[in-house]
Design a protein. Structure first.
Length: 219
């Protein structure tokens, strides 16, 4: 059975209370061994709805891309925040995740007057917020944020695959699958692996710069 689309109950309650620019925020890539952690922030336009929004992990790749492009075209504004593996290793994954979320919120062209976050609380944004457990399944704004973030990050991992095809990034997107761990044991880590993570830290990373690809136009 297909998962039910996320709704707008929380957004409508906030609109009724006078909040006009409600942003949803979510992240992807927190549990990966390679690649950045990416956060999305989206303010949906109630006059231009995007139907079928749900947790990005429950969508097939083609549907996720279709929805990501629809969100980019119809949202009031959206933005992405990216924290690369070097910064993740320098701090820790929770702080890196919160920093990616903060960057995404601050990059929005319209300043939100309320933020809905998937499970977490973002420090130092100066905006009222609410963390919702399983927010990407119950809030359309958070689901939209998860979709644009995952689409962008998946495109990045496909670009990494073209440079490092032996690791299978096009399949696992940096998560610690058996095939990924086998590749790490055979070849060692790439510069885009998180050197402090178990399964990676036993190896020494080469240093080769890699530019971030542009997957979506940030409006």
């Amino acid at each position: 059975m297909r998962a039910r689309a996320a709704g707008l109950v929380h957004e409508r309650q906030l609109h009724a209370a006078g909040r006009r620019a409600v942003a949803g925020v979510d992240e992807v890539g927190r549990g990966c061994l390679a690649g950045p952690v990416v956060a999305g922030a989206v303010i949906l336009d109630p006059d231009r709805p995007v139907r079928g929004l749900r947790d990005s992990k429950l969508l097939e790749a083609a549907e996720r891309e279709r929805l990501a492009r629809r969100i980019a075209a119809r949202a009031v504004t959206f933005a992405l925040g990216v924290v690369d593996p070097e910064e993740i290793d320098r701090t820790d994954i929770l702080r890196a995740t919160l920093e990616a979320m903060r960057r995404a919120v601050r990059a929005l062209k319209v300043r939100p007057d309320f933020v809905l976050v998937d499970a977490l609380s973002i420090p130092a944004i100066g905006i009222p917020q609410r963390g919702l457990v399983h927010g990407d399944r119950i809030s359309a704004s958070i689901a939209a944020a998860s979709i644009v973030a995952k689409f962008y990050r998946d495109e990045m991992m496909l670009a990494f695959h073209s440079l490092y095809p032996a690791y299978g990034f096009e399949q696992h997107k940096g998560y610690g699958t058996r095939a990924h761990l086998d590749a790490l044991r055979r070849f060692g880590p790439t510069p885009w692996h998180r050197s402090t993570f178990r399964g990676v830290r036993e190896e020494t990373s080469p240093q080769l710069p890699l530019a971030l690809p542009q997957a979506l136009p940030v409006n």
